[in-house]
Design a protein around this ligand. Structure first.
Ligand code: G3I
Length: 348
């Protein structure tokens, strides 16, 4: 009898937790429900190799961000070699399916190729390296990529300029020059500053705002700000609202650029979300969309981008060496309650 119960309990949990995909939405998709662009970041391997992934992306989203394909280590793997294959795959798909393309990211302190880490040269040589990287990539995709995360995560958690390979070699005003270089290469592209933690750390939000106000006042071509928004179901709505308001007050376009909502607070290896957690996730996705609609005026809404599509595609598990389920689709691209929350929040 006991063994029968032991067999039945996991089955019951599976039914309860993974089967609420009978989440049916009278046929409406995310992009149809959204009054602004609704995006996903996409991985090249999945886009090319998994037809269900590709179909889900095509059906649900109106904007795409390259998750990794346009990072410096991927697109510029050797000093005199650019690899356009990944970026081209995503951008061609975006064009064939009528989606907006957002390029991520030209300048970051992570995902830097080895040759840059070991580069030797004076400040002029470093300046040329970065300028030529930015301009080669932006020119290659001129007219095809609508917007770029030019600089990513330049501000540290204490509000200071993050000490990175770029600030070390190029000085504290390198951020401004990155925007000028990108603008020269494609004057029609919209240029964003992207960072995380504005919704959680007022000190950092204030510092980001001060940097962007300064850039604007100096006439540096910057058009938008991205709040990554890697949050949990426990995140306070009022804190999120306050961070979003702070960024919106700049008058720039506002992009929730990397949204995902984690469940596994303790980062345990084995983790089965309870139905209650999945309901909280549904509520949190809905809350974030509603806060965005409430705080960001229509003309400043660049949209909301989810950081990949299905739970198995998310960077979260790799990152925390744990298991989680932060996205609106499950591992088989079935709609979760989180999807329902998004639709409810998006609908006017
Ligand atoms: O594709 C290779 C695979 O061939 C290789 O076997 C494997 C071995 O480690 O690595 C695979 O590449 C990994 C790649 O993700 C694809 O899974 C890289 O090691 C890994 O570093 C990379 O992580 C990405 C991370 O940025 C660093 O670039 C994540 O996918 C990506 O989601 C994450 O995204 C960042 C945003 O750019 C900026 N904001 C934070 C966000 C989360 O960290």
């Amino acid at each position: 009898m006991r063994w029968l119960l032991l067999l039945l309990i996991p089955f019951f949990i599976w039914q309860k937790v993974y089967k609420p995909e009978e989440v049916k939405q009278d046929g409406i998709t995310l992009k149809q429900a959204a009054p602004f662009p609704l995006g996903a970041s996409v991985a090249v391997k999945l886009l090319l190799g998994d037809s269900l992934y590709r179909q889900t992306v095509e059906r649900e989203f109106s904007s795409l961000t390259s998750e990794n394909a346009l990072k410096m280590n991927r697109v510029h793997p050797a000093p005199d070699r650019y690899d356009w294959s990944g970026g081209d795959s995503i951008i061609n798909f975006a064009h064939q399916t009528g989606k907006r393309m957002h390029g991520h990211t030209l300048v970051w302190h992570r995902s830097i190729p080895k040759w840059v880490e070991s580069f030797q040269g004076d400040s002029l040589a470093w300046e040329n390296l970065l300028k030529s990287h930015i301009q080669t990539v932006v020119k290659h995709y001129k007219g095809k990529v609508r917007s770029w995360d030019v600089v990513n995560e330049a501000i540290d958690n204490d509000g200071s300029l993050r000490k990175t390979i770029w600030s070390d070699h190029l000085g504290s005003d390198y951020v401004a020059r990155c925007y000028q270089y990108a603008h020269e290469a494609d004057p029609n592209a919209l240029l964003f500053y992207n960072d995380f933690g504005q919704e959680n750390n007022p000190l950092k939000a204030t510092a980001i705002k001060a940097m962007l106000v300064d850039l604007k006042q100096r006439g540096i071509p910057i058009h938008g700000v991205g709040l990554q928004s890697h949050i949990t179901i426990y995140h306070s709505n009022s804190k999120y609202r306050a961070g979003l308001k702070e960024m919106t007050s700049l008058g720039l376009l506002v992009h929730i650029s990397e949204l995902d909502i984690r469940l596994n607070r303790k980062k345990t290896k084995e983790f089965i979300p309870s139905i209650g957690m999945l309901e909280q996730q549904e509520e949190k996705y809905k809350d974030i969309v509603e806060i965005y609609k409430d705080v960001v005026p229509v003309k400043q809404r660049y949209g909301i981008t989810i950081w990949n599509v299905g739970d198995k595609d998310s960077y979260v598990s790799d990152n925390c060496k744990c298991s989680d389920a932060p996205l609106p689709f499950d591992t088989n691209y079935k709609k979760k309650l989180a999807y329902k929350g998004l639709i409810e929040g998006l609908r006017e």
